[in-house]
Design a protein around this ligand. Structure first.
Ligand SMILES: N[C@@H]1[C@@H](O)[C@H](O)[C@@H](COP(=O)(O)O)O[C@@H]1O
Length: 260
């Protein structure tokens, strides 16, 4: 796990976009794992800007959403399908049919979850998975207590997460209680996981993720088992880390040939 402490969103977005750019140079038909929430937004802005400048071509890329609300009607502005369309897909040249998400309005939820796992597998697997971090340590919508081996399935949101996400809806009552999310086992199979977190409200979760035990109580800590995970954070999010100086030192002395 590589921990990179950066001054702010702009530098984080630029480094994450560099990783996407290097991947697409190597593999133009790469599969991207797409996260929602506010943290990845500067990355999508940067990817759209680089696409605009002719540096990035998404025409052969496939994208798989991490998660989705259950019970929102298709086309609901806060469904993650719509959010990803607005924030990312419509701003680059990824074919709309290449963007996939778990179907939160399916009549048979377990079948929809199995179908999503099959679709990820058939695509060849996720090359680069973008991740945000919940204040309770969730990734995707894997709330505390999630099995570290879990696959795509339905989860019930913790009230804290519903409150955190109420800002996107008219009111707390409109935030669904249920979601579909790629499991922690699913996320672990991505070839490169890039998690971004900023702000003091994430400091405890960032500490537990990086320096706590691997434990279901902090689902993001499963990334300690990931063979290639990059954690990009700002100073405020890094403020509870015991080994922050070491992470800075090690990034400053990173071999020039080594990518993220
Ligand atoms: N399902 C999403 C997560 O994927 C995201 O990481 C989290 C943090 O959001 P933010 O980046 O807005 O703090 O929000 C939601 O719960």
């Amino acid at each position: 796990m590589e921990v990179v402490i950066l001054p702010g969103n702009r530098q984080i977005a630029s480094l994450a976009a560099d990783a996407v750019q290097a991947l697409l140079r190597r593999k133009p038909e790469a599969v991207l794992g797409l996260a929602t929430g506010s943290s990845p937004l500067p990355i999508y802005d940067e990817l759209a800007a680089r696409h605009e400048r002719g540096l990035l071509d998404f025409s052969r890329v496939h994208g798989f959403l991490l998660d989705e609300y259950v019970g929102l009607e298709p086309g609901h502005p806060e469904s993650y399908r719509e959010v990803i369309r607005r924030d990312f897909a419509d701003r680059v040249n990824i074919p709309p049919d290449n963007v996939h998400g778990p179907d939160g309005s399916a009549p048979d939820i377990p079948a929809a979850c199995r179908a999503y796992e099959d679709a990820i597998r058939e695509s060849g697997g996720v090359d680069l998975q973008l991740l945000g971090l919940g204040t309770d340590g969730h990734i995707g919508f894997n709330e505390p207590g999630s099995s570290l081996a879990s696959r795509t399935r339905i989860k019930t949101l913790i009230e804290q997460t519903r409150r955190d996400n109420a800002r996107f809806f008219g009111s707390l009552t409109e935030v669904p209680h249920h979601v579909l999310t790629q499991g922690l086992g699913t996320i672990l199979e991505s070839r490169h996981a890039v998690l971004v977190a900023t702000g003091a409200q994430k400091a405890q979760a960032v500490h537990d993720l990086i320096e706590g035990p691997v434990a279901a109580v902090c689902p993001a800590s499963v990334l300690q088992l990931h063979p290639h995970a990059s954690i990009l954070i700002d100073e405020a999010a890094a403020s509870s880390l015991k080994l922050a100086d070491y992470y800075r030192h090690s990034y400053d002395h990173k071999p020039a040939w080594q990518d993220l």
